[in-house]
Design a protein around this ligand. Structure first.
Ligand code: HEM
Ligand SMILES: *[C@@H]1O[C@H](CO)[C@@H](O)[C@H](O)[C@H]1NC(C)=O
Length: 450
């Protein structure tokens, strides 16, 4: 009897555990099912290499546009061993970069982080990032820029003079020199000549190493860049001590950094943080501005009628200033409707930053799709700017689209945000095509565009 009871007990315990395990497991399965969004459509290509070969062997425009056509505004792929989700709509870009920015962290190769400096704002999220962004924006507000206009004008005239005389120059290189000068002005205000030269020489070594293979072998551009980066740190630290000592009242980004107040538990910036961010902003500003300037020249050269109307717009301002004997004013830079639209259309068509990267820090759901934790996320700016739904006949350079079409107003708002970065650009265009009597300069420069 006892044996039977025991057997019965064991069997019941066994059945009970199987049953409860089954119930538990089933519940778990169904609850995980509830959250199991599917991955976006798209092809992951071959094992490990994914679609890397396709991306590098064809025109990147074609790669992205074909996939967008086949799969829609969100699709997956695999590049260089990393699974990625690519996003080609304005809402998705906003989701990743603005609304849900906390779910996506910046990812840069360590080799680049080491060259610019780990404390630069691009590599951070959260309060530190917000704090720094506010400081950078403060240094670019109209009040600060207004007082710099005469100096920017001076720099642009001196650049123009250096191109006179009929010799051939490389447009992009010249624009880089000019945007570096304006960058230095915006960051430091005035700077002694020899300090500026040391900065310039060492910075250009860092710049050359930035896109080279990151090996520390003696003599490699990357190693040289790291060494030059160290020297830059020293030069910046000397400038900072001098500024602190003399309590110099120069305007610009450096004073914004030095005068930063403690906020939300964030301490005042230390010297390394300041240096990293100064180099970071120079990086963000120099190549972008130089590329946009170069494209503007090209587009104006290819659209002679437009060039004439930009010239006419600038000539009016120029003549009135010559009569009243003063330089360009802030108000005037706000009243260049044609020139402004040319800048906007250049930003759209050239789309000099085609896309950016983030990495999901958790599983994220977007429009019913899963973006798994650890995957890369790429908002594709170029696809947005070249989408015929937003910009009819997208390959056409047509600044007047910004008058006719309300749908492009989103783009205008986005650009207006960064448009005051473009002040140097407006000043250069103005001087280039009006005050300078050697009008041939624009076409002459264009022969050199790569
Ligand atoms: C002229 C054309 C320019 C274009 C098309 C451009 C475009 C962009 C884009 C797309 C980003 C976002 C990158 C990302 O978050 O992954 C960015 C970030 C940034 N840009 Fe520019 N930029 C331009 C010029 C400048 C200039 C002149 C400055 C100088 C102050 C500048 C400073 C920055 C900074 C500091 C960031 C980082 C912002 C942050 O992380 O919050 N940019 N830029
Ligand atoms: C770089 O900076 C140092 C000062 O740290 C300076 O002596 C040197 O001339 C600069 N230029 C080059 C090319 O190293």
């Amino acid at each position: 009897m006892v044996n039977y009871f025991e057997i019965f007990l064991y069997i019941s315990i066994f059945l009970l555990s199987v049953f409860s395990y089954y119930v538990y497991f089933k519940n778990k399965k169904s609850s995980s099912k509830k959250k199991a969004y599917k991955l976006p459509p798209g092809s992951m290509g071959w094992p490990y290499i994914g679609e890397t070969l396709q991306l590098y062997s064809q025109d990147p425009n074609v790669f992205f546009v074909n996939r967008q056509r086949r799969y829609g505004e969100i699709f997956k792929t695999k590049i260089l061993g990393c699974p990625c989700v690519m996003l080609a709509s304005p809402e998705a870009a906003r989701f990743v970069l603005v609304n849900q920015a906390n779910l996506f962290k910046p990812t840069y190769p360590k080799s680049k982080e080491n060259l610019i400096g780990q404390s630069a704002l691009f590599f951070h999220q959260g309060d530190y990032h917000t704090h720094l962004r506010k400081l950078v924006q403060a240094s670019l507000n109209p009040e600060s820029i207004r007082s710099q206009i005469p100096h920017i004008e001076e720099l642009s005239l001196s650049a123009l003079n250096s191109w006179a005389g009929g010799h051939v120059v490389n447009t992009y290189h010249e624009m880089k020199k000019y945007s570096f000068e304006v960058g230095i002005l915006a960051i430091f205000g005035r700077l002694e000549g020899h300090v500026k030269d040391e900065l310039k020489e060492n910075y250009s070594i860092v710049d050359k190493g930035y896109n080279s293979f990151p090996t520390k072998l003696p003599g490699s551009p990357y190693r040289k860049a790291l060494q030059a980066r160290k020297r830059l740190g020293k030069i910046l630290s000397e400038i900072i001590s001098e500024r602190k000592e003399k309590k110099q009242l120069e305007k610009g980004l450096l004073s914004c950094f030095l005068n930063a107040k403690e906020e939300k538990g964030l301490l005042v910036l230390n010297e390394d943080q300041i240096a990293d961010n100064i180099i970071g902003v120079l990086f963000a500003a120099q190549d972008t501005t130089a590329s946009v300037l170069t494209w503007i020249l090209k587009y104006l050269h290819d659209n002679q009628k437009l060039l004439e109307s930009v010239k006419a717009e600038q000539k009016v301002i120029c003549q009135s200033n010559e009569q009243e004997n003063h330089g360009l004013t802030w108000t005037q830079t706000r009243k260049m409707p044609i020139t402004n639209k040319v800048v906007l259309e250049t930003l759209r068509l050239a789309s000099i930053i085609s896309f950016t990267f983030r990495e999901a820090v958790a599983d994220v759901e977007y429009k019913g799709y899963l973006i798994p934790k650890g995957w890369k996320v790429m908002p594709l700016f170029r696809n947005i700017h070249h989408n015929p739904e937003f910009f009819p006949d997208p390959q056409k350079f047509d600044p007047s689209r910004f008058e006719k079409d309300q749908r492009v107003s989103v783009f205008r708002n986005y650009c207006n945000l960064i448009l005051h970065y473009f002040l140097p650009l407006l000043v250069l265009i103005r001087n280039d095509i009006t005050c300078n009597k050697k009008m041939g300069i624009v076409p002459a420069l264009l022969g050199e565009i790569a």
